[in-house]
Design a protein around this ligand. Structure first.
Ligand code: GLN
Ligand code: ZN
Length: 768
């Protein structure tokens, strides 16, 4: 057994759960459709845990992560472990724990009995989503057979050195919600004894250390939360199991002062996202626990570590704190990384050399620690040398550097145009399009049938020719245009049948992007995403959407809306290069999309939608950094959109988030029209208009496309009337709340027909 001594150690904050071949996803989906038994599912989970411990141990980590695995989500695991199970789930006929667990996550379990699922939301600013625990006053807090104990036992028996990992009580409560908006901290008294009991059990199981995650330390915390840190950690520390407290994703800043008084053995800092903290430590010599764990290996990106740079950082901390023991770690859990670059066979060989996924990151942590132990050894020199060479090869590669693009970026302000004031544009556009009151449109995609997907696959694999594929897509477009004309919609779309994914479609046509075959990252439960990798300067080499849009326009006299994905969304949903700041990468993408905008305009497509569903996602967690983000985010949108004529109408679309608190930056985008998700929350969005007058046209979604239910005419009439009370009717549009690609045809036609009928009713009522 390893003693917590004064030698450097290596560890990671967690490993991806899903398995290299997405074994967990497959097993879960089989279990949900009752194709495998509970025992088979649990056996698959055990197999994955063991495999991941072996990867960590065999590559040389001092500890293996235990408790980071979950069958769905770790926040849900905690809620379940503390018996925070809303009543609506307990009533189900099945008393099986696992069924209740999945019912909370998904609203249903294989044995039946449905209840509306718990809310799911983004885990800080990652693309991982957690299940939000629901606290009510009569919650029967108790400890339910925590699987982490079992896993700790198993790991020890199998010869691993476990580091059990839990979400800290304050972060857990902070991320929960109370039904009645009562104070979450009131539940601390009931929760804390369970944490104490849990840590006792973990200690009894034989662990020598526990990792407790409190990532809320990276947020702008109220004093009332901060003030609880000391009493809580005093109690937890009394159990006698050494505590490694971990924060990540954002700098701790002033909250560091609180940490210095906590009775913990070790503190983990994210040295990538929290680089400011390291400077702060060095400059101010804040007093800290005995052990400092430095998260120098980025858990949220895909690039090989710049080892010389990491060593420099570690060295500066070592000089400032000579008496401390330094550990090397990943910045955060590797949950947010793909699993193994070695499994990629098709990726460009040069780019592949630059990449490190979770398995490689484990090795990097080990390597850096071994250099700390013997800086002058031959092997240390080799590791540093190899890393320097990679850095150099990336810097100088012609794959990365495109002088034309770099030159444009150096004069970026020349590409940032100002448009005429909105009113002037609105008049010019109205004179041209002559749209009726409450113009109707959709968000872009129409149902993606299995034949559409098959056609795209057949074209990609060479089974059908370019001509056959084009003919097929033209038939689809014809159909979509006819449906919209029959419904008498005002601004039509071509339906996006050619797009598999709104980022991938553009990434594949732009230079500077790479795609993996197996680089999956868990988004929620069994859902994984495969983000593109932006490795080099981004440039548009050919037009990307013009031929589809102009074909669609040729079929109708109504205006056809061109459809593009905006630069921020492309950036947010990709792994981004780390050798250029995010704003610069975003400007490059903006210039590429700007070229497409201008091409569309030249070809007669003069209503153009630039989708930015991820506009809020890119926002930093700390308020102090948010203005700077919005500055470059808005500038990126302006680069993309503002070079067009006054008569060209720019739309944008946003969804997936609550936008009320960022309505002002949204207004600054100055799109002529924005369509925005809102219907799920009964037009809650409109509250934002109480004391802020949104200046441009807006289409608050009038029905929820995520639900298979067909919206009723009178429901939509009520929603539109509600909107009219807050927003001048001459600025309002009517549209669904998002793209229709996940829906079937019959429901889509019916839903849109009802939407048109509702619009008609209101038009009649309001036209004098
Ligand atoms: N235009 C896209 C579509 O309709 C927008 C998708 C999105 O908002 N996520 O599918
Ligand atoms: Zn959307």
């Amino acid at each position: 057994m390893i003693a917590i001594d004064d030698k450097p150690k290596s560890h990671i904050l967690g490993y991806p759960r899903v398995g290299l071949d997405r074994e967990l996803k497959k097993a879960l989906e089989k279990y949900w459709s009752r194709n495998i038994s509970k025992n088979e599912l649990l056996a698959q989970a055990d197999e994955l845990k063991l495999r991941h411990w072996n990867i960590q141990k065999n590559r040389g980590l001092d500890f293996v992560s235990v408790g980071d695995f979950s069958l769905y989500d770790h926040m849900l695991d905690h809620a379940f472990m503390f018996n925070i199970i809303p009543e609506r789930f307990i009533k189900g006929s099945s008393s099986d724990d696992l069924d209740n667990f999945f019912r909370m996550a998904r609203g249903k379990a294989p044995t039946g009995d449905e209840a509306h699922a718990c809310e799911m939301t983004k885990w800080f600013d990652t693309n991982y989503h957690y299940i939000v625990p629901e606290l009510v006053s009569n919650t029967d807090f108790k400890l339910n057979n925590p699987s982490i104990i079992n896993d700790t036992n198993k790991a020890i028996k199998a010869g691993f050195e476990p580091k059990p990992t839990i979400v800290g009580p304050l972060t857990f409560l902070y991320l929960s919600k109370t039904k009645d908006n009562s104070d979450k901290l009131e539940f601390l008294d009931k929760l804390l004894p369970l944490y104490i009991e849990l840590i006792k059990l973990i200690k009894q199981a034989g662990a020598k250390l526990i990792q407790i995650d409190e990532p809320i330390l990276g947020l702008d915390l109220d004093d009332k939360w901060l003030n609880k840190m000391l009493p809580v950690y005093k109690e937890l520390n009394n159990v006698g199991l050494p505590i490694l407290l971990a924060s990540y994703f954002s700098p701790i800043l002033n909250n560091l002062n609180t940490l210095s008084s906590l009775p913990i053995v070790a503190l983990h800092l994210d040295c990538v996202r929290g680089a400011e903290d390291i400077e702060n430590l060095i400059n101010n010599k804040i007093s800290l626990p005995k052990i400092l764990s430095l998260g120098v290996v980025n858990g949220r990106n895909v690039w090989k570590n710049n080892i010389s740079k990491s060593l420099k950082l570690i060295d500066s901390v070592a000089k400032a704190y000579p008496e401390k023991t330094l550990w090397v770690g990943s910045s955060c859990s590797l949950l947010h990384s793909p699993i193994d670059i070695e499994s990629e066979k098709k990726i460009n060989a040069e780019v592949k050399l630059w990449l490190a996924f979770a398995t490689q990151k484990v090795k990097e942590v080990v390597d850096i620690k071994s250099i700390l132990l013997s800086p002058d050894s031959q092997s240390s020199k080799q590791i540093i040398d190899a890393s320097d060479k990679i850095v150099e090869s990336r810097n100088s590669s012609s794959l990365v550097n495109n002088l034309v693009v770099q030159n444009k970026i150096s004069k970026i302000d020349e590409h940032t145009k100002k448009r005429s004031p909105f009113q002037k544009r609105k008049e010019a556009q109205q004179a041209l399009y002559n749209l009726p009151l409450l113009p109707t449109t959709s968000i872009g995609s129409f149902p993606q049938t299995s034949t559409i997907r098959q056609a795209r696959r057949d074209f990609k694999s060479g089974k059908i020719s370019h001509e056959q594929y084009t003919n097929y897509m033209h038939e689809e477009i014809k159909n979509v245009v006819k449906v919209q004309e029959d419904l008498d919609m005002d601004v039509l779309v071509h339906g996006e049948a050619e797009r598999n994914d709104m980022v991938e479609y553009f990434g594949e046509l732009l230079s500077g992007f790479a795609f993996t075959s197996n680089g999956w990252v868990q988004s929620y439960g069994s859902r994984c995403v495969k983000p593109p990798i932006i490795y080099g300067d981004v440039q548009r080499t050919e037009s990307m959407t013009v031929k589809w849009s102009t074909y669609a326009q040729s079929l109708t006299k109504k205006p056809m809306k061109g459809m593009l994905t905006g630069p921020l969304t492309i950036l947010c949903w990709s792994f981004v290069r780390d050798d250029l700041t995010r704003d610069k990468v975003c400007y490059q993408i903006s210039l590429a999309i700007q070229e497409e905008v201008l091409d569309l305009e030249k070809s007669g497509i003069t209503i153009i939608q630039i989708d930015e569903p991820a506009f809020k996602e890119g926002m930093p967690l700390r308020t102090a950094s948010q203005d700077a983000y919005f500055d470059w985010a808005i500038k990126s949108f302006h680069i993309t959109a503002n070079s067009v004529k006054d008569t060209t109408q720019i739309h944008t679309h946003m969804c997936y988030s609550e936008f009320n608190d960022i309505i002002k930056p949204i207004a600054k985008l100055d799109a002529d029209v924005i369509s925005i998700e809102t219907s799920r929350s009964d037009m809650e969005l409109l509250n934002a208009f109480e004391d802020f007058e949104y200046p441009n046209d807006i289409g608050p979604g009038v029905y929820d496309i995520h639900s298979p239910l067909i919206p009723k005419v009178d429901e939509m009439v009520i929603l539109i009337e509600k909107a009219i009370k807050k927003i001048d009717i001459s600025y309002l549009w009517v549209n669904p709340d998002c793209g229709l690609k996940t829906r079937g045809w019959p429901e889509t036609k019916q839903a849109l027909a009802n939407m048109m009928e509702a619009t008609d009713i209101i038009r009649k009522a309001h036209c004098k």
